[in-house]
Design a protein around this ligand. Structure first.
Ligand code: HEM
Length: 392
């Protein structure tokens, strides 16, 4: 009989075979102790997130929704009409126009960091390249000072740290979370006294809904969501994607010859290397999931994104990495009310990083022995992926 436990470390190294069994044998798997259904097929998750029958009021992740911690107070846990109104305030900093406007900023930094790395001979694609870019982008749209970006990138790299046998974040992760909270709170206080130059933090301080402003804990939660959510995912997709190019030299050579393929290549990397294993919701009405399983109001469900993106019912030969695939839809950014606001930005960041890496160092190598993979119930991918330059 199929038994699935998201906290059981035995499947962290290879979740794919477990997910395949879930899709085939138990498309709406019920875990009694966690009182949660796990959806694993693409279509079932697509339908659930798009249905409007679920909310994030009990949280979304393995710590709040599954382990019972109160959810954060950020946009990602809100419900309409508050969610709709606040999301409107976020939007100007995530639109395609805003994204185009910061592309040269991203490219300038990508060039500088890659040139620096070539000079040094090696770089960690996750922590020293992707994360340094994505934290700068989050800082730019929030309106935080760039000179703090690398210190904060270091903290963000620790907030999901895990140790074997410790369920959830370890002490290092909790310390990093506390330090990051302290830093962001200090910036909020400064900006409340003296407004900045019109970044998202200024908009959130000025925001009013039904005459009320956002309390301090909600301001903090939203900025934390942006710094962490916007910074931790992109570098992992990039590192995973770089690794796939290293493993598929023909596809890498094609990309080097024709960089106009970088956009589609990064889209495939987003499908293939989705780092977030699961996020979920709870039912707001009696409904059905997974092709006929009836669930009651308040029932928790989890979306196994990584499984959905490898579902053979949606993708031909899903375990094949193929930069020409051009999948019409993927489940990397959610597709409902909480669809990722950073989707345009993330795609631009990934494309620009690929273009600059393949222009400046098309022959890069990967030090597989130095690579470190994440082992956690929440994230997969590389914690460290050393790229090596100049080995003739
Ligand atoms: C490859 C990179 C990224 C991935 C895989 C990703 C994934 C996601 C997912 C799956 C959600 C939905 C969360 C849920 O269902 O509970 C989400 C929401 C969100 N993401 Fe991203 N994200 C990425 C990049 C970014 C970036 C760069 C930013 C900002 C700079 C960002 C900001 C947000 C925000 C604000 C939300 C909340 C939207 C809402 O609740 O209405 N994301 N993201």
């Amino acid at each position: 009989m199929l038994e699935f436990d998201p906290f059981d470390e035995s499947y962290f190294d290879d979740p794919f075979s477990v997910y395949k069994r879930l899709r085939d044998e138990s498309r709406a798997y019920y875990h009694e102790e966690l009182d949660c259904y796990f959806l694993s097929r693409f279509e079932d998750i697509w339908e659930a997130v798009g249905s409007g029958h679920f909310s994030h009021r009990k949280g979304t992740n393995t710590q709040d929704l599954l382990a019972g911690k109160p959810p954060n107070l950020a946009l990602s846990s809100m419900t309409p009409p508050d969610h709709t109104a606040l999301r409107r305030t976020f939007w100007p900093f995530f639109s395609p126009g805003f994204t185009r406007g910061i592309e040269s900023f991203v490219r300038g930094h990508a060039r500088a960091f890659i040139d620096e790395a070539i000079e040094k001979g090696h770089v960690d694609a996750n922590g020293e390249l992707g994360r340094r870019i994505s934290v700068r982008v989050a800082f730019k749209l929030i309106g935080l000072p760039e000179h703090d970006a690398d210190r904060v990138a270091g903290l963000v790299g620790l907030v999901f740290d895990r140790s074997p046998q410790v369920k959830g974040p370890n002490q290092r992760a909790l310390d990093a979370q506390a330090e990051l909270h302290g830093y962001l709170l200090e910036k909020i206080h400064e900006r409340q006294k003296t407004p900045g130059e019109g970044g998202l933090l200024d908009s959130l301080i000025a925001y009013r809904f039904e005459g009320k402003s956002l309390p301090e804990d909600q301001l903090l939660s939203n900025i934390y969501l942006l710094v962490v959510g916007g910074t931790e995912t992109l570098p992992k997709v990039f590192a995973g994607g770089v690794y796939q190019l290293y493993k598929h030299p023909d596809q890498r050579a094609e990309l080097v010859r024709d960089l106009s393929l970088a956009k589609d290549a990064f889209w495939e990397m987003l499908r293939y290397e989705m780092p977030t294993l699961m996020l979920g919701a709870c039912a707001e009405e009696e409904t059905e999931i997974g092709g006929g399983t009836k669930i009651a109001v308040g029932q928790k469900i989890m979306h196994l994104w990584v499984s959905a993106n490898r579902d053979e019912r949606e993708f031909d030969d899903p375990d094949r990495f193929d930069i020409h695939r051009k999948a019409p839809r993927i489940l990397t950014f959610n597709n409902g009310r909480h669809r990722c606001l950073g989707a345009h930005i993330a795609q631009m960041e990934g494309r620009v990083l690929l273009e600059e890496l393949l222009t400046r160092a098309p022959e890069f190598d990967v030090d597989e022995a130095g690579a470190v993979r994440i082992r956690s119930e929440f994230f997969r991918g590389f914690d460290r992926l050393p790229i090596v330059f100049g080995k003739a």
